[in-house]
Design a binder for this molecule. Structure first.
Ligand SMILES: Nc1nc2c(ncn2[C@@H]2O[C@H](COP(=O)(O)OP(=O)(O)OP(=O)(O)O)[C@@H](O)[C@H]2O)c(=O)[nH]1
Ligand SMILES: [Mg+2]
Length: 407
């Protein structure tokens, strides 16, 4: 059902291994619809197995994942992750591609398109809707091979939600469940060319967020395994992930204006535990060990489990160095978050190291990469410098919105 390719094996030098295996497990769970038996009992995880405990993916989610999603679905999904009602501007959507007999259009599925909420959903009571998981009748219509590889193919083909049968499928819908909703070929699918425009924070929001982040910040706990994760699920939480040495710990220090709160180092792999911090009893911030160089496999399993199960996790910030661009480990975690229906936002760190022109070019390149495949990516890439404090207020305001904090 699944196959490991060279690139995925190469990524096995870090906690990327765990990312990869988790991805495979995810695909297997979806295909088999197998219920998971063990349920974590602490740190906000459910205590007793129930119908909601079938898999990490069958749980409340910020961003619904789409099996067989098309570019237009991705546009809608991105919009769903915004806090404000938004429509897709026509300018973002290109003309419908023409299909030859060997490149059939992706199949559109019947139920996933209905009722896109345009405000951030409350993940406390809404089950994730992964098509084929909740409705066993659709399982048979999804070919297993279409989602089973995790390779170094072009990014769009790697995505678990993208149609990638080896054999071209028929342009006509394969099952009766989709027949009634199949759009006219000349109108659909359209190509998403850019993220939908999301307005940045207003001056008032920036000021409020700035003040809020001057609230007393304190270290709560370090966790080396899931049972040690603090049980403070009543307050919203945001987590910072990224490659080692990308600036995660420095960013938390910068955000809360406390230079020594989190230990930083110029040596990669410095943070070795999940560190939880609290800001004014209203927000929880989590600093993660980095992935990539000098990281360890065992961290990955714990972190992925945490990301997929933490109830109060409102958004994951993926830190990327603009001078290096998106690395394979970054796209791996994005795939995992996409397939788990978790909302994330990309933050470019160490802006001060690039000239404005180079930074803009690097940002545009990263945005273009994200447009190709991201589903649950909040459509606003932010840039920060913990050194010069540039961009910190924008990120603070984004966190306030993501956490739905009332200030
Ligand atoms: N110039 C510049 N350097 C930065 C910035 N942010 C972090 N650094 C430096 O980058 C190095 C790594 O920073 P950390 O915050 O420890 O990085 P990390 O992502 O937590 O690293 P790990 O814990 O190893 O995963 C340190 O030497 C920081 O001083 C920034 O905005 N600008
Ligand atoms: Mg660190």
């Amino acid at each position: 059902m699944t196959s490991i390719t060279g690139t995925a094996r190469k990524a096995a030098s870090s906690w990327g291994t765990a990312l990869y295996h988790n991805y495979i497990q995810h695909v297997s769970v979806q295909l088999n619809q197998a219920p998971s038996r063990g349920v974590r009992t602490r740190a906000g995880f459910r205590r007793t197995p129930s119908s909601q405990d079938r898999a990490p993916f069958d749980r409340p989610s910020l961003c619904e994942a789409f099996e067989g999603a098309t570019q237009i679905d991705k546009a809608k999904a991105s919009i769903r992750c915004t806090e404000q009602p938004t429509t897709i501007p026509e300018s973002l959507i290109g003309k419908a591609p023409t299909y030859s007999s060997t490149t059939a259009p992706p199949t559109r599925r019947s139920t996933v398109h209905r009722g896109f909420p345009t405000t951030l959903p409350d993940r406390s009571d809404r089950p994730i809707r992964i098509e084929g998981f909740e409705h066993s009748s659709r399982k048979s219509s999804r070919p297993a091979a279409s989602k089973s590889t995790f390779t170094d193919q072009p990014q769009q083909q790697e995505r678990p939600n993208v149609h990638k049968n080896n054999k071209p499928s028929s342009p006509t819908p394969p099952t009766s469940t989709v027949a009634s909703t199949k759009p006219a070929p000349e109108k659909f699918p359209k190509k998403l060319q850019a993220f939908p425009f999301v307005p940045g924070a207003t001056t008032g929001e920036l000021t409020k967020a700035h003040k809020f982040f001057f609230s007393p910040a304190e270290f709560v706990k370090s966790a080396t395994n899931l049972s040690m994760i603090p049980d403070n699920t009543m307050i919203p939480e945001v987590a910072f992930v990224g490659r080692s040495n990308i600036g995660k710990s420095s960013l938390i220090n910068g955000l809360v204006n406390r230079n020594g709160l989190v230990k930083t180092s110029s040596k990669p792999g410095h943070t070795r535990m999940m560190n939880f911090f609290k800001l004014g009893d209203k927000l929880s911030l989590v600093d993660m060990p980095g992935y990539g160089w000098k990281s360890r496999d065992e961290w990955g399993g714990m972190i992925i489990s945490y990301l997929q199960n933490r109830k109060n996790l409102k958004r994951i910030y993926i830190l990327v160095d603009p001078s290096h661009g998106l690395k394979e480990s970054d796209t791996q975690i994005m795939k995992l978050l996409d397939s788990s229906g978790l909302s994330y936002q990309v933050v470019l760190t160490k802006m001060d190291r690039l000239s404005k022109t180079k930074y803009s070019a690097a940002k545009a390149e990263i945005e273009a990469e994200l447009v190709k495949g991201a589903i649950c990516c909040f459509p606003l890439v932010l840039g920060v410098s913990s050194k010069t404090k540039d961009g910190l207020d924008e990120l603070r305001a984004a966190i306030v919105k993501a956490g739905q904090l009332t200030l």
